[in-house]
Ligand binder design. Structure first.
Ligand code: SAH
Length: 220
């Protein structure tokens, strides 16, 4: 990928410096992805001028494009070297998918909203992210046919860790997921070892709900 030459290049550099590096993001490949990927294409047209703000923004279907820092934090936590097969749950705008496309080998992404999923699919194809496959489904089931995964990242909050993710993780694989109640959650990193699973509680966070069979009920 070559550096995008658009009127937002300066804002992207500032975002990387002030929001990511200043807060401790160190993974060079993650930082490079944030510097290159045109985040303004992934927000609603009415928010284009706010695309590089240090905040989440509304997207369709009452969902949000995550704050840049939390995307960087969670992807860095996966510890990717570029060869991995990654499962992403909650494609949303497709921005995090684009970052993963840049720093992993293959990205399988599941979105429950057909509208969001289809829009993201088209945008990612237009952007040349050819190592991405999107499926419209209840992502709490994971994606069994494509498993095992070297990394799984969930960008909606679950009341507890859905079992399918644990089963679909390769030995040595990492799962990064927000778990908690509706108001507040923590990012957890779970590593599958030969003997079982190692769990680590990381930063506090606030995500929209993961809705589905192993998540929250749709009508809540
Ligand atoms: N990383 C995305 C986050 C979008 S918000 C971005 O920055 O744009 C979380 C997304 O998870 C929403 O699009 C929502 O529709 C989706 N989601 C919620 N429950 C889901 C489920 N069970 N399966 C797949 N996607 C789900």
């Amino acid at each position: 990928m070559t550096a995008a030459r658009d009127r937002f290049a300066g804002q992207r550099r500032e975002m990387v410096r002030r929001q990511l590096i200043a807060r401790g993001i160190r993974d060079e490949r993650v930082l490079e992805a944030f510097e290159l990927i045109p985040r303004h294409l992934y927000v609603d047209a009415s928010f284009v001028d706010r695309a590089y703000e240090d905040a989440p923004l509304p997207i369709a279907d009452r969902q949000t494009i995550s704050q840049p820092y939390i995307v960087a934090y969670m992807i860095e936590a996966l510890g990717l070297d570029g060869r991995e097969k990654v499962l992403e749950i909650g494609t949303g705008s497709g921005y995090q998918t684009a970052v993963l496309s840049h720093v992993a080998g293959r990205v399988l992404s599941v979105e429950r909203s057909p509208r969001l999923g289809r829009t993201a699919e088209k945008l990612l194809a237009d952007q040349g992210c050819h190592n991405v496959l999107i499926r419209i489904a209840d992502g709490t089931h994971g994606w069994a046919e494509e498993s095992p995964f070297d990394a799984i990242v969930v960008s909606a909050a679950a009341p507890e860790v859905p079992d399918p993710y644990l089963r679909q993780l390769a030995v040595g694989g990492r799962l990064v997921i927000p778990v908690g109640d509706e108001e507040k959650q923590f990012v957890y990193r779970i590593r599958r070892t030969r003997a079982g699973y190692e769990e680590e509680r990381m930063a506090g966070c606030r995500f929209v709900k993961l809705i589905g069979r192993y998540g929250w009920e749709a009508n809540q």
